[in-house]
Design a protein around this ligand. Sequence first.
Ligand SMILES: C[S@@+](CC[C@H](N)C(=O)[O-])C[C@H]1O[C@@H](n2cnc3c(N)ncnc32)[C@H](O)[C@@H]1O
Length: 261
Amino acid sequence: MSKSIDFATASGIQSPAQTQALLDLVAGEARDSLLAVHETLRRELPQGPLAIYEAGGGSSSFLPVDVLGRSHVTVVDIDEDQIRNNSYAQEAILGDVQTYRFGEGTFDVVICYNVIEHLPDVEAALLNFLHALKRGGMILIGAPNPHSLSGVVTKYSPHWFHVWFYRHIRGIKTAGLPGEAPFPTFFHPLVTLSRLETFTAAHGLEMIYRREVESPRYPEMRQRKPLFAALVDAGAALLNAVLPRGTDVRRGDYHVILRKR
Ligand SMILES: C[S@@+](CC[C@H](N)C(=O)[O-])C[C@H]1O[C@@H](n2cnc3c(N)ncnc32)[C@H](O)[C@@H]1O
């Protein structure tokens, strides 16, 4: 059962949370790629008001402030606390992106950022996004690479370890409390970029942006915990040396933009 909380009457469309997600990203490949994503969206999106669907939007957005500022944003999230803490969406819906169905061709943009790794049925979610998207509309996905060092560790370690990492290495004291990251991960096969590419091509989507990046956890760790980071960097360098040429196990995340033909 989904409940709808209408924030249209809330004081302002903009809030500091909109820019915080980007500000929180330390300088590095992930931040560079996100800025390139913003440029692509600014260039490719139509002028004027936009309808945006933040799937699993939680309480922060990675979209550019100027795009959000001219948009009606609808967020769907399964976590009641995340919905309550959301201050940037005009409409916040407590629901499951795998089953929540909007009318056909409702949105110009669907953004699903740091979410598909948490879904047991990524295919169902993607088909819902595609259905809800206007022709020429775009889906932005940000997700971890399951074959990277951070991806493999996340996939095969227990949830308590993720909470420990967030609290003690990332320094987020509220990690693991209700409505706070980290959220349980599933790593459905479609989270793998090559499989996602095959799926999207088969469903009439064109990949107009694709970049694998060093996980932002590396520059973050180098700043916060240099000794720990040096150990992880040494382990990653060793793995890169023994794995096939060109492999970089530090490439823990990717960004793609898919356009509906
Ligand atoms: C890591 S957070 C990302 C939040 C936001 N997109 C961001 O990048 O800051 C993952 C979000 O996905 C939500 N989520 C997980 N499974 C979901 C589902 N089946 N349907 C809707 N939201 C879901 C969680 O509640 C959480 O808010």
